[in-house]
Design a protein around this ligand. Sequence first.
Ligand SMILES: Cc1cc2nc3c(=O)[nH]c(=O)nc-3n(C[C@H](O)[C@H](O)[C@H](O)COP(=O)(O)O)c2cc1C
Length: 202
Amino acid sequence: METYGFSWMDFVTAIPAPLFVATSYKSNGKPNACLQSRACFSGNPSGFYAILSSVDPAWHFYQSVKETGVAVLNFPSADVYDRCHQTIANNGFETDEIAASGLIAEKASAVNAPRIQECFLNLECRYLWEREIVEGSAHIVLCLEVVNICADEGRLDEAAQGRYGPDGYLYNVHYPVDPEKFAGKSRDWLAVLQKYRGMREY
Ligand SMILES: Cc1cc2nc3c(=O)[nH]c(=O)nc-3n(C[C@H](O)[C@H](O)[C@H](O)COP(=O)(O)O)c2cc1C
């Protein structure tokens, strides 16, 4: 089975992962954008952290976050997604990857990185640490500390649209396959989150 650099277990489990665009400034000052979907977010009394679990060190994002020590994680809604995906095609070092994809880059408030205006949530972050999952692994785990949040107020309103609404957060769902029977190309899905029922009250 062709797994496109992923593990076959990615496709069998098809665990949904939130989609976001990591933005930063390249060494020439041009905005960089890297679509990602491998991360979890963890808060504790010391702060709020993003653990990016599969960062390819060959891409601009890794280089620029190492150089500047900061980045913004931008969460798109469904109407903005295609333009965010377009940043993959607009990946030249000399390219302003945000503008070239039809999006607006604005300066983040607390870090020296661009943020995408159209995204409903922007997490402004500073680099904390990185490590290999196993020795010699092709992708690395990178931990960022969130130092500032920029959010569309409408999205935070539980009463207005049930918090995030019908078009975001967006999730990447690997096409679920049986690896023994599968033949041909797989296709990932864009998904949105639907609330099921309330948990017990605290
Ligand atoms: C749905 C989707 C999810 C992706 N997730 C990741 C990811 O988690 N980590 C990563 O390094 N690249 C990921 N990529 C690939 C990068 O977005 C792509 O290689 C990008 O062009 C790199 O940009 P940069 O060189 O400007 O950093 C993903 C691509 C797609 C389409």
